[in-house]
Design a protein around this ligand. Structure first.
Ligand SMILES: [Zn+2]
Ligand SMILES: [Zn+2]
Length: 332
């Protein structure tokens, strides 16, 4: 099969992703083989390529927002049939035995494996995965619009929960890329007023179109204090800015796998029971709940498509904040 291979970490400007011919994965009795239609690109892919987080496997096929069809299945696979359209997310497997797995926190599993990081992902023609970590895609999404649901969407949904948002609350979103543009639609569905902070004019326009109550630059003061906030941008300097806009008792959720260092700030920014929490991965329940609600809203996914062979270019555009909504690689 054709696949895009990362041999080692490098600046994305040097085009480190190379197209290559590799073996089609062989499945075990609990796995399905998926012929890939589309695969979303994610900031995490960029952080892996550029060494912001450690590279665990070489060579590596990136990509953890896979949409495709089941073309083979192992003997133990019960809930999927050949031809079913399925999605593969970031959480690829968990141990099922550690204290986190046993306490409904499998996103923190000591032995979790992640798609396109610990194991090969979806910048390729085929992928395999354990059927317990695979999901049917709601019918109202196309192959292109479904791919960003699988990380941008699921992580955005978990970030909403971690931010302790309640119906009809005031929510701040910092950074308005793939994840935030989906999260705003869920928050609006729950009746929340959403205040969006972004460095990009284009992204602020998209936020307005999606029903933001107010938009502004990242360092602006919000017109009212916010009950909850989420930062999707990998920029630590946003933390004190976001705390300034947070009401007493409010929670700021940090949704990225990586962020630049958080600057020192005065205690009064977090005093009055303000809270900062990071979001790490997601559980299978998050994925199931989110895909259900995404179909109900229904979430409208903004996306831009690129050929699989143009993965370097797509990640460069992502790095420069030039993609409106989500970037999706088209494989088929
Ligand atoms: Zn991701
Ligand atoms: Zn575990």
């Amino acid at each position: 099969m054709k696949a895009i291979i990362l041999e080692d970490i490098a600046n994305i400007e040097t085009n480190p992703l190379k197209i290559s011919e590799v073996e089609i994965p062989k499945i075990s009795e609990n796995e399905v083989l998926i012929e890939i239609y589309t695969c979303g690109i994610c900031h995490t892919d960029l952080h892996i390529v550029e060494g912001d987080i450690p590279l665990k496997k070489k060579p590596l096929i990136l990509g953890h927002q896979i949409v495709g069809k089941v073309v083979q299945k192992g003997n133990n696979v019960m809930n999927f049939n050949i031809g079913d359209r399925v999605g593969v997310p970031w959480l690829n497997s968990t141990c099922g035995k550690c204290s986190y797995c046993l306490n409904n926190k499998e996103n923190l599993c000591d032995n979790a494996k992640f798609t396109g990081y610990d194991v090969d992902g979806g910048y390729a023609e085929y992928n395999k995965i354990n059927y317990n970590f695979t999901y049917k895609i709601p019918e109202n999404f196309t192959d292109e619009s479904a791919a960003p649901l699988l990380c941008a969407g699921i992580i955005g949904y978990r970030a909403l929960k971690i931010s302790d948002i309640k119906p009809n609350c005031r929510l701040g979103l910092y950074g308005f890329g793939a994840s935030a543009h989906i999260a705003i639609q869920i928050a609006r569905y729950w009746g929340c007023d959403v205040y969006v902070f972004s460095r990009s004019k284009k992204h602020r326009k998209l936020a307005e179109d999606l029903g933001a109550k107010w938009v502004g630059a990242t360092n602006e003061k919000s017109p009212v204090k916010l009950d909850s906030a989420i930062s999707f941008a990998p920029a630590g300097e946003i933390v004190p800015l976001a705390l300034q806009n947070l009401d007493k008792g409010g929670t700021l959720a940090l949704a990225g796998i990586y962020t630049t260092p958080i600057p020192q700030f005065e205690y009064n920014l977090i005093y009055q029971e303000r809270c900062i929490r990071s979001v790490a991965n997601s559980t299978r329940d998050d994925a199931i709940e989110f895909l259900k609600i995404a179909g109900l809203v229904p979430v409208k996914v903004e996306f831009e498509t690129y050929d699989l062979k143009d993965a370097n270019n797509a990640l460069k555009l992502l790095k420069d904040g030039k993609i409106n909504g989500a970037g999706v690689l088209v494989v088929k």
